[in-house]
Design a protein around this ligand. Sequence first.
Ligand code: NAD
Ligand code: FES
Length: 294
Amino acid sequence: MYKILHADKLAANIYRMVIEAPRVAKHCLPGQFIIVKLDEEGERIPLTICDYDREKGTITIVFQPIGASTHAFAELKTGDSFADFVGPLGRPSEFCEEDIESLKQKKILFVAGGVGTAPVYPQVKWLKEHGVTADAIIGAKNKDLVILEDEFKEVCNLFVTTDDGSYGREGMVTKCIQDLIDEGHQYDICVAIGPMIMMKFVCKLTKELGLPTIVSMNPIMVDGTGMCGACRLTVGDEVKFACVDGPEFDGHLVDFDQAMKRQTMYKTEEGRALLKQQEGDTHHGGCGQCGGDK
Ligand code: NAD
Ligand code: FES
């Protein structure tokens, strides 16, 4: 069992939990994810890691209840436990492999949208710990939905923007990126993590700006084990699976329209049957939805 050492609410419908998981905490790196299960029969939910403490042996997760399982997670309190907590999974962010001295020469811009702010935090924190101070934009619909602002301020240069202008700058993250460039900021690379539609439009803009951009395709994952086929996407002319080959990819090569269409289709039995007809047998069970493992 994996004990919840602390549970709180960051904003309306956004929950944070610190879980006792020493083995995961010992090995994880920014960009990776875990799979959590409430009980033996529970659905596997893949969630990107929001923070880790190797000494205390803890992992922090942040989630927004969407389906039955995540709504059940939201009911859990400090002292409760998860039956399963597997990880770290997926490939770490590319910069973890880079030479630190050359990384220090780079100007990195992180773009974090809504709940996608959580997986950006371990990345900017890791960089800060290695002597690299990045710029980061947090975008939220309004003031009440801005999360982890204090945590970000400690580890990067932060710009906050809200769609309605109720806090920080006004407008979506794409406007903030353009404004920063117009104000004279220069960047070598951008990392954008948030809703699919945000990542699509950030990539459209950064392509025009000639700014290489990494995105995290965590939102299209279902079982997170490479079995269900839900996270299939096209990157350039290659077929990839977000949970095995990612979750981070070159955003300028990702076919977002196809990924969003597949995401919608995968939600219904009819859609999954059609995908199977069109793409072949990529659904091998394991997702708990496609029935392939029954
Ligand atoms: P949201 O809808 O509140 O959007 C957050 C910000 O994204 C907005 O404030 C805006 O600045 C920007 N944005 C949204 N649409 C845009 C557009 N068309 N053009 C430019 N910018 C745009 O976000 P939310 O409700 O907190 O997001 C929830 C989603 O985040 C879920 O669908 C979840 O899958 C996703 N998510 C993604 C990751 C990841 O790894 N990519 C991680 C966690 C959550
Ligand atoms: Fe990647 Fe199921 S989430 S194959």
